[in-house]
Design a protein around this ligand. Structure first.
Ligand SMILES: Cc1ncc(COP(=O)(O)O)c(C=O)c1O
Length: 400
């Protein structure tokens, strides 16, 4: 990984302030460019939402708003509050996720958010009762657990037994009951297959599957139109830097052809993207506090571990890593260094699970240098074990 010049400058400036360096650096320019690019290439009707679970920092929400994202995909009331604080109107919020509490559903209806994505029959009934009490109606999409999975994806959200949505096989029995709920306006389907998908054809296969479902529903229920279809998130990031970047142009082309084939022009299509938009707008930067040799392998210990950057351990992958050399004088003769070898990177926590990277080749590193982990803008601090051992929260520094 090559650290962009302005990021390295910021790291050095931060180091000059003294104290142990352990922070996230954010530059949201890549995210802004990606949103603008997607908006320019996607077929008519496609709306790009930011899935803020990837990074709820206000800089990312602001970037999404200023770059013209259609809105925010929220998964809790806390996210809704942050999105509103960043200037998004309730009509720009779409609400997904299992286990929405009655309070969260009530808030959604009272505020008039755009769509609530129904994850179970019980949730549909609960929402309908709340609407009745508030004398309101609510547009809903039905989330389907499709009978299909993308085996190579980092995380799958459909196929097999899942807590997400309702099983595809149960659709015929469940839909009439959903349609009969007086206060819910059925607007269409939500099928989110998987996260971290690099192969465009896999995601297009998911689109075709949802289109088939929509066609079948409309054939069986002549009064129903699935006028909104949500494909979820899933555009992947090439964490291994293996030259396999996701190709949004190919996706846009494939989707346009499909919309044409199915005669679905004029409908609305949601993309709720997290990782793809946010990942390359952030770096986790952590000072190397210790290096020791242990039974044939160097153990490099950084100031922050899975309490601040859990993703590599959670997904059992290495993020790209580069070292900013600081040329700090050694504390004693014979102090260990890393030179042209594969090493282990961990943090300061008292668990063997505290892994930042393993068997990663490093040219040169010494105590006092800064380990810089790339693609840390998505699912970085937000999915970390922040309270474990009560280390101070890493600073999140916004460059732009
Ligand atoms: C419902 C939903 N939408 C969107 C996303 C964002 O996915 P990604 O970061 O892969 O784009 C997620 C991620 O878990 C999700 O659960």
């Amino acid at each position: 990984m090559r650290i962009p010049d302005h990021v390295e400058v910021a790291i050095r400036r931060q180091a000059e302030r003294g104290g142990t360096l352990n922070c996230y650096l954010y530059d949201t320019a890549p995210m802004r460019e990606k949103i603008a690019h997607l908006k320019s290439i996607m077929p008519a009707g496609v709306e790009v939402f930011y899935a803020m679970k990837a990074n709820p920092h206000s800089a990312f929400l602001q970037a999404a708003r200023e770059a013209g994202a259609a809105g925010i995909e929220i998964a809790s009331l806390g996210e809704a509050e942050k999105a509103e604080a960043a200037g998004f109107a309730p009509r720009q919020l779409i609400y997904t996720g299992p286990g929405k509490s009655p309070e969260e559903l009530r808030w959604s209806v009272a505020q008039g958010i755009r769509t609530v994505h129904i994850e179970s029959l019980l949730e549909a009934h609960r929402l309908d009762c709340i609407c009745a009490e508030l004398r309101r109606e609510q547009d809903v999409l039905l989330r389907i657990n499709a009978n299909f999975d993308i085996h190579e994806a980092q995380t799958t959200f459909s196929g097999g037994s899942k807590k997400f949505g309702v099983d595809e096989e149960k659709l015929d029995a469940l839909l009439p009951e959903l349609l009969a709920l007086e206060h819910l306006n059925f607007r269409g389907l939500h099928v989110y297959a998987a996260s971290g998908v690099l192969n465009v054809d896999d995601l297009l296969k998911n689109c075709r599957l949802v289109f088939d479902m929509a066609q079948k529903i409309e054939a069986e229920h002549p009064d129903v139109v699935c006028d909104t279809i949500d494909f979820g998130g899933g555009f992947g990031i090439d964490y291994l830097e293996a030259g396999k970047e996701f190709d949004p142009g190919a996706y846009a082309e494939g989707l346009a052809e499909m919309i044409d084939d199915y005669g679905f022009d004029g409908r609305t299509f949601f993309l709720e993207l997290g990782r793809y938009l946010a990942a390359d707008s952030g770096w986790f930067c952590s000072e190397i506090l210790d290096i020791k040799e242990s039974r044939g392998k160097k153990q490099v210990v950084c100031a922050g571990g899975i309490n601040h950057f859990r993703r590599p351990a959670a997904l059992a992958i290495n993020h790209p890593l580069a070292i900013v050399r600081m040329a700090r004088p050694p504390l004693f003769d014979g102090q260990e260094l890393v030179h042209d070898e594969k090493v282990y990177f961990g943090g300061p926590l008292c668990t063997g699970a505290d892994k930042l990277a393993n068997d990663i080749h490093i040219d040169d590193a010494a105590v006092g240098d800064i380990a810089v982990f790339g693609y840390a803008g998505a699912y970085g601090l937000t999915m970390s074990n922040i309270e474990f051992l009560s280390h101070h929260r890493p600073e999140e520094i916004v460059l732009s």
